[in-house]
Design a protein around this ligand. Structure first.
Ligand SMILES: *[C@@H]1O[C@H](CO)[C@@H](O)[C@H](O)[C@H]1NC(C)=O
Ligand SMILES: *[C@@H]1O[C@H](CO)[C@@H](O)[C@H](O)[C@H]1NC(C)=O
Ligand SMILES: *[C@@H]1O[C@H](CO)[C@@H](O)[C@H](O)[C@H]1NC(C)=O
Ligand SMILES: *[C@@H]1O[C@H](CO)[C@@H](O)[C@H](O)[C@H]1NC(C)=O
Ligand SMILES: *[C@@H]1O[C@H](CO)[C@@H](O)[C@H](O)[C@H]1NC(C)=O
Length: 410
């Protein structure tokens, strides 16, 4: 029953939720984290690092100076790319180049999946698309013979194709021999979104769906970065947001970054949320909820009891069973801010204004909440609605996620 409602919710708003591959909820993609990275032809040759990796793999302590040398051999590169709000923050798109010379496409940087795929000259679509990766125009495209991939997202939309080695320009950082997945077929529910030219997965340690297994673009990128991290500063109804790679942009946050460890063995940017609070109420609701920070999901999706608790403070709100359990309210309702606390004491405030997501087409005067229930026993999703209220640091090497406050345009 719960699954049924979830699927209904997902299908109604299918274009809004396309991150998080389905395998997540079944735990299929969960694999253990080890230091044994797959061999990656894109890594710049780095003897010291390979040595220290080999030592670590076999459980041998790494002498201090070797680790120091390793650090000084980091790629040293930094970059950034715009994150432009599309359709009232339905998604955020960034321009990323593929091939030689680079062909720039608008892709959705998605921390909730690990595949980097694009519409290409190989994609069979009903209606022609404006911007695609024309494989034939890239002098460096090299088919990875025998590779296939298929990704099914939580809303049962899907895409499949095969993979190339080719160059990528992400935020001005050139990656060579990165694994670029070219779509051969894409489900209508995905291709109906004409704004997105591809999805750029940046999940923590998740493998991509490419068979046989290939290094992810994030692994390839990580080796190039000055600091092995990237940051997200999504902005409310604005194209001034940005992702930075290899550095933290101190102009984009106003206080100290507080880090939280990712949950052990998680392949996602997953951590514990430890408390929630509705502004104006006396009580904090304390419990551990596993949540995944996901730039590729529009909404904040939390356990139904938390969501009920929030809307119980909004007397005009209503949960619509005929719409798969979606919460809505008259558009003139002023929503309270929602606070989320972490184990390290850090508290994020999601402004009530952000939770007023959009007006319903079929129900004029009724607005849909950006906080909605997620009928998973396991975890919740902190999508864009949360992320645009914070400055987020995705520390790949540190296995942690950091947050700071920033100036919100309210
Ligand atoms: C791809 O692999 C298949 C079977 O392994 C082989 O028959 C074919 O010649 C290969 N094609 C290229 C272009 O290498
Ligand atoms: C993490 O993985 C290790 C090794 O596979 C395992 O021993 C451990 O129980 C796992 N921890 C959790 C919390 O799943
Ligand atoms: C996260 O929450 C779970 C469930 O309460 C708890 O068992 C676990 O120890 C917590 N992990 C961390 C890292 O706080
Ligand atoms: C919102 O609009 C309804 C009519 O559509 C009205 O009855 C109500 O008083 C309004 N509420 C506020 C807070 O303005
Ligand atoms: C809620 O959002 C709708 C649609 O964007 C807007 O028309 C309405 O004024 C907003 N309501 C409030 C109280 O800000």
């Amino acid at each position: 029953m719960a699954t049924f409602i979830l699927l209904l919710l997902m299908s109604i708003f299918s274009t809004f939720i396309h991150a998080i591959p389905t395998s997540t909820s079944q735990g299929i993609s969960r694999r253990s984290v080890t230091v044994d990275l797959p061999r990656n032809p894109a890594y710049a040759p780095n003897g010291p690092r390979q040595y220290s990796r080999a030592l670590k793999k076999w459980g041998v302590a790494v002498p201090g100076d070797v680790d120091d040398v390793t650090n000084s051999f980091r790629g040293g590169e930094t970059g950034d790319v715009n994150a432009a709000s599309i359709m009232g923050d339905r998604e955020y798109l960034s321009r990323v180049g593929f091939g030689t010379p680079f062909q720039y496409l608008n892709v959705d940087l998605d921390t909730g999946s690990a595949d980097v795929w694009v519409y290409s000259s190989e994609t069979k679509v009903e209606e022609p698309r404006e911007d695609i990766f024309v494989v034939e125009k890239s002098s460096t495209a090299k088919l990875l013979n025998g590779t296939t991939w298929m990704i099914t997202y939580a809303d049962s939309s899907y895409a499949w194709g095969h993979a190339f080695h080719d160059s990528i320009d992400i935020g001005g950082i050139p990656l060579h021999n990165a694994v670029v997945q070219s779509a051969v077929a894409v489900s209508h529910s995905l291709s109906a979104d004409k704004d997105i030219d591809g999805i750029f997965g940046m999940a923590y340690k998740l493998h991509s769906q490419v068979i046989p297994k290939q290094p992810t673009v994030l692994e390839t990128l990580q080796a190039h970065l000055d600091k092995p991290l990237f940051t997200a500063d999504l902005k409310y109804r604005s194209d001034e947001g940005a992702y930075t790679f290899g550095y933290i942009d101190s102009d984009r946050h106003i206080d100290e970054i507080k880090y939280t460890a990712l949950l052990p063995n998680s392949t996602f940017w997953e951590f514990n949320l430890t408390g929630v609070h509705v502004a104006g109420q006396n009580i904090w609701y304390l419990q551990n909820w596993r949540v995944i920070a996901d730039t590729g999901t529009t909404f904040m999706l939390l356990s139904p009891d938390v969501v009920d608790m929030y809307y119980s403070s909004v007397p005009t709100s209503r949960q619509d069973r005929s719409l798969g359990g979606v919460w809505h309210f008259p558009c003139n309702t002023t929503l309270p801010d929602f606070e989320l606390g972490l184990a390290n004491g850090w508290v994020a405030t999601v402004p009530g204004k952000y939770i007023n997501y959009t007006v319903f087409e079929d129900m004029p005067g009724q607005c849909m909440g950006a906080l909605q229930p997620f009928y998973s026993e396991d975890f919740g999703i902190l999508g864009d609605i949360f992320l645009k209220a914070v400055y987020a640091v995705f520390d790949v090497a540190g296995g942690r996620i950091g947050f700071a406050h920033k100036d919100l345009d309210l």
